[in-house]
Design a protein around this ligand. Structure first.
Ligand code: PA5
Length: 438
C-alpha cells in the first residue's frame, strides 16, 4: 500500500486540525452518499469493484487483435482521454523499444502540423491500428487528428479492411464519434456518463491502449481494488495526503511540486497535474500543480526550490525498490575518484540523493510530503491512480469547489472556434478581431 510520511511537513503546518478533521468526516460522507457538488460524476468511486467484466474481457480481446495485426497503435485523444494511458505506458514499459513490442503513439493531444506530418511518414512502412478516444466525441484536437489518421488508414488498407483497425472509445449514445461508430460498425467501448475524462484511466479509455502495449491490466485493476478497499473508511492515506496539502495551502504555500526520482514516472506527474489542476483550480483558489524529475531537475529548478520564494512544497513519490538495479564497477586507476562507490548500486546512490535533497530542501524552508510506493508495476499503477483520485475529491471539496467540472476550459475553445469561423460564433469573431487590432 501507499504510506504517507508527514514527518517533514508537520513542522510547517498551522491551523486547527480538529476542525479540519470534522470537515473531512462530513465530506467523506458526502462523497460516499453522493450528495456533494458534481455528485453525478462519482462513477469512478466504486469502479474497481463494479467495472463491467464483459467489456473488460472484450478490451483484452481487442488488445490481442491489435497486437496480432499491428506494429503501431495510434491513440487519438487529449486531456483525460490521453494522459492516463500515456502515464501507464511510460511507467510500465521500457523507455527503449523492444523488438516485437507494439509501439503506442499518441496524436490529437496538440495541434502541431509538424508532429502530424512526421507521424504519417513514420507509419508509411508499418502495420498500424487506431484507437480514437473522446468522451464528448466532439473535441477539436482529436477530431482533426482522427479525420487525418482515418483518411490515411483507408488509403492504406481500403475502407472495408480499415474497419478492423479502428477501435473507438466514447459515450454510449451521444456525440459525433458515436454516430460515426454506429454508421461504420467500428468496434467500440463505452465511457459511462458518470465518469469524467480525468477520472477515466481505469475504464476502456486507459485500459485498451495499456493492454495493447502488453501491460497486465488484471494486475492494474487488482491494485485499484485494493486501494479502493484501503480507502473506504474515513481513516485513510489519501485523506491524510489531502489534509496535509490543504493545511500547507492554508499556511501560505501556493505551489505543490510532485517530485519523482524515476524518469518513468514523469508522465504520472503530467496525469496528476491535470487531475489536481482541473479539479481544483476554480473560483480563484487552489494550489498550482507543478512537477519535477530528480535528480535531473536538481540541476535546474532545484536552485529555486532550495532558495527561491518560500511559497512551495514538495510531494515526493519515493519508490521502495525498482525491479532492476545496476552495480557501479571498480576501476584500477580510480581517476574519477568514484571507487568509494564501487560495488554499490545506482539505486543506493539514488536513495542517498533523495535523503540528501529532502534534508536540504526542508532546511531551506520547503516542506516535504513523502508518498512511499513499494515498487513500480501494474498493480501499483492501479493503486496509485486510485489513491490520487480519492485524494483529489477530498481536496477539492475542502476548497469548496466542484471537483468534477472544468468550466474554465471553455474560454479558449470559444475564442478558437470564433477565430476559425465556426458557425454560431460570428459575433464573438468580430469582438476578437477588434481586440487584436487595438
Ligand atoms: O478531464 C476532462 O474531462 C478533460 O480533460 C477531457 O478529458 C478532455 O477535454 C477531452 O475530452 P473528450 O474525451 O470529450 O474529447
Amino acid at each position: 500500500m501507499i504510506k504517507v510520511n508527514d514527518k517533514y511537513a508537520l513542522p510547517f503546518l498551522t491551523g486547527d486540525e480538529q476542525s479540519l478533521n470534522e470537515r473531512v468526516a462530513k465530506i467523506h460522507k458526502q462523497i460516499h452518499e453522493k450528495t456533494g457538488k458534481g455528485n453525478d460524476f462519482l462513477g469512478w468511486l466504486d469502479l474497481p469493484k463494479t467495472y463491467d467484466k464483459e467489456e473488460f474481457s472484450r478490451i483484452k480481446k481487442a488488445a490481442q487483435k491489435i497486437r496480432n495485426q499491428s506494429q503501431v497503435l495510434v491513440v487519438v485523444g487529449i486531456g483525460g482521454s490521453y494522459l492516463g494511458a500515456k502515464a501507464a505506458l511510460e511507467m510500465l514499459n521500457s523507455p527503449f523499444k523492444k523488438k516485437g513490442d507494439v509501439e503506442v503513439i499518441f496524436v490529437g493531444h496538440q495541434l502541431s502540423a509538424q508532429y502530424t506530418n512526421e507521424l504519417l511518414s513514420y507509419l508509411e512502412d508499418k502495420e498500424f491500428s487506431i484507437n480514437v478516444i473522446s468522451k464528448s466525441g466532439t473535441t477539436t484536437e482529436p477530431a482533426i487528428a482522427f479525420r487525418i489518421m482515418k483518411n490515411y488508414l483507408e488509403s492504406r488498407y481500403g475502407k472495408v479492411a480499415s474497419k478492423e483497425r479502428i477501435f473507438v472509445t466514447t459515450d454510449q449514445s451521444r456525440g459525433a464519434l458515436r454516430s460515426l461508430t454506429t454508421e461504420e460498425g467500428y468496434e467500440s467501448f463505452v465511457i459511462s456518463d458518470d465518469i469524467g475524462g480525468r477520472f477515466s484511466v481505469l475504464t476502456a479509455v486507459g485500459l485498451l491502449p495499456i493492454a495493447a502495449s502488453g501491460v497486465d491490466i488484471d494486475q492494474m485493476m487488482q491494485g485499484a481494488l485494493d486501494a479502493y478497499n484501503h480507502m473506504l473508511s474515513l481513516d485513510n492515506e489519501a485523506y491524510k495526503y489531502a489534509k496535509l496539502r490543504y493545511r500547507l495551502y492554508k499556511s501560505g504555500k501556493k505551489i505543490e511540486i510532485l517530485v519523482n526520482y524515476e524518469p518513468s514516472l514523469s508522465f504520472l506527474s503530467e496525469w496528476w497535474k491535470q487531475l489536481f489542476a482541473e479539479s481544483e483550480g476554480k473560483e480563484n483558489k487552489a494550489l498550482f500543480a507543478a512537477s519535477a524529475n530528480f535528480s535531473t531537475d536538481l540541476h535546474s529548478i532545484g536552485q529555486l526550490i532550495q532558495e527561491g520564494e518560500r511559497n512551495l512544497f514538495e510531494t515526493v513519490i519515493k519508490i521502495g525498490k525498482t525491479e532492476k538495479d545496476q552495480q557501479i564497477p571498480s576501476d584500477p586507476n580510480d581517476l574519477d575518484g568514484l571507487n568509494y562507490l564501487a560495488g554499490k548500486s545506482i539505486q543506493h546512490v539514488n536513495d542517498k540523493a533523495f535523503l540528501g535533497t529532502l534534508l536540504a530542501h526542508v532546511d531551506g524552508g520547503a516542506p516535504n510530503i513523502i508518498l512511499e510506493v513499494p515498487t513500480i508495476n501494474p498493480y501499483y499503477f492501479g493503486y496509485t491512480v486510485y489513491f490520487f483520485m480519492k485524494a483529489v475529491a477530498m481536496s477539492a471539496y475542502l476548497l469548496d469547489v466542484n471537483p468534477f467540472d472544468q468550466p474554465g476550459v471553455e474560454a479558449y475553445k470559444k475564442n478558437m472556434f470564433a477565430l476559425l469561423g465556426k458557425k454560431g460564433f460570428e459575433e464573438l469573431k468580430e469582438t476578437l478581431l477588434n481586440k487584436l487590432e487595438e
